[in-house]
Design a protein around this ligand. Structure first.
Ligand code: PLP
Length: 410
């Protein structure tokens, strides 16, 4: 059976008391047990059950199982936000003295988070992950984790995901892939050997921009018995469960980055149309990229689906389509603000992954905190605009961009 079919009929099997077709929303945080021995068993991990809402909830558990299904993994923990998921995972798995290799094109907040871990004695080295040899050169016996994203925001570099996976497998290194930009509808990191898959549920997975969420999925490929940072207390279950047990205990119970049941429900509703949205979004984006590449008021276009993209070959072998993120530099003749303000089918917003098309000038907003020198190092031009393509009919989007570009040119 197809994953989408399974997903749509998923809740029936774990049905609520009334045969609900979609998992009910349980807002409760507390549970009672008739027999004290039962609650003892829950606390000792000998019996499945809920204790206190910070550590899990049936509505959230239903969402976690669906993400596990789509990522073809073995277990998923959901968190309050994508950053909450990444923080929890790093907090649970790293120790002072560890070494991490990460992409130099990481989502800005993730990079900033890694820099905080450096203050606690974790050495993080950033490198161009579009080429596996850069990763290989940095690996040491202290390397505890390699962390990459599928498609970078905003310049759309694609990591050499399969080769990095082979390298990590050979050395037994934990390999974490942030799949937010592609989502499990277009790419399953487990297929290239990822140990853990991170998703921001706030973006494509929910798709509606009305709530935050994040997740960490264990693909079942990593041998946790070889991971030195598992605490003695969590070695009582079978080794396949060690990693997620520690992530749940440290990330949910201790850190408290717990997803609310209402958000879990909204995300689960959005998830049902993920595959359809990603097809439409990717096909719109591919055609918009071609249109912008041919436009005389556009100087450069960055979209992995375009044949001119430096990692086009990688992207087409890895992903079933190239998703909705692209960026482009507009010609000096165009006034950036007038162009953006003149659009009617694109909302000026810092979000991405919505059903609606969104755009934002990059250098003056999300990368404003960085210096001009640092932006230059990152190849972020002052005239770069990021687009998150939505599901609107293509004709409206093309017409709107063309009209606004012409109107803002002097
Ligand atoms: C947005 C984003 C995150 C963080 O997710 P939030 O849900 O906003 O906290 C992490 N990684 C990538 C690639 C993202 O785009």
């Amino acid at each position: 059976m197809n994953d989408l079919t399974k997903l749509l009929h998923f809740d029936q099997k774990s049905a609520g008391p009334h045969g609900e077709l979609h998992a009910p929303v349980y807002r409760n945080i507390a549970y009672h047990y008739e027999k004290s021995a039962d609650i003892e068993q829950v606390f000792q991990g000998k019996r499945k059950g809920y204790s206190y809402g910070r550590q899990g909830n049936p509505t959230t558990a239903a969402l976690e199982k669906k993400i596990t299904l789509l990522e073809q993994g073995v277990d998923t923990a959901a968190f309050a936000t994508g950053m909450g998921a990444i923080s929890a995972m790093l907090f649970a798995l790293l120790r002072s003295g560890d070494h991490v290799v990460a992409s130099s094109y990481l989502f800005g907040n993730t990079r900033s988070l890694f820099e905080s871990f450096e203050r606690f004695g974790v050495k993080v080295e950033f490198t161009d992950t579009t080429d596996v040899s850069n990763v290989e050169r940095l690996l040491t016996p202290q390397t505890r984790m390699v962390f990459v994203e599928t498609i970078a925001n905003p310049r759309t570099q694609v990591s050499d995901l399969a080769r990095i996976g082979e390298l990590c497998a050979k050395l037994g290194t934990l390999y974490v892939v942030d799949n937010t930009m592609t989502s499990p509808a277009l790419f399953k990191p487990g297929r290239v050997g990822a140990s853990l898959v991170v998703n921001s549920l706030s973006k494509y997975i929910a798709g509606h921009g009305v709530c935050l969420g994040g997740s960490v999925t264990d693909t079942g490929l990593f041998d946790w018995s070889r991971f030195s940072n598992i605490l003695e207390t969590y070695r009582s279950v079978s080794p396949g469960e060690w990693g997620m047990l520690q992530i749940r205990k440290k990330g949910l119970r201790d850190m408290g980055a717990t997803l609310s049941p209402d958000s879990a429900n909204l995300i689960a509703l959005g998830l049902e149309s993920l595959e359809m949205r990603m097809e439409r979004i990717s096909s719109n984006a591919l055609q918009l990229a071609a249109f912008l590449e041919g436009h005389k008021l556009v100087e450069k276009v960055y979209y992995p689906g375009s044949i001119n993209h430096p990692q086009h070959g990688l992207a087409t072998t890895l992903f079933s389509a190239c998703s909705g993120l692209m960026s482009f530099e507009i010609a000096p003749a165009v006034d950036v603000n007038r162009f953006i303000d003149g659009l009617t089918c694109f909302a000026c917003s810092s979000n991405l992954g919505d059903t609606r098309s969104l755009l934002i000038p990059v250098a003056t907003t999300i990368f404003y905190e960085l210096s001009a020198t640092r932006r230059c190092e990152m190849d972020i031009s002052e005239r770069l605009i990021r687009l998150s393509v939505g599901i609107e009919p293509l004709g409206d989007l093309l017409q709107d961009l063309d009209r606004a570009l012409q109107a803002a040119a002097d």
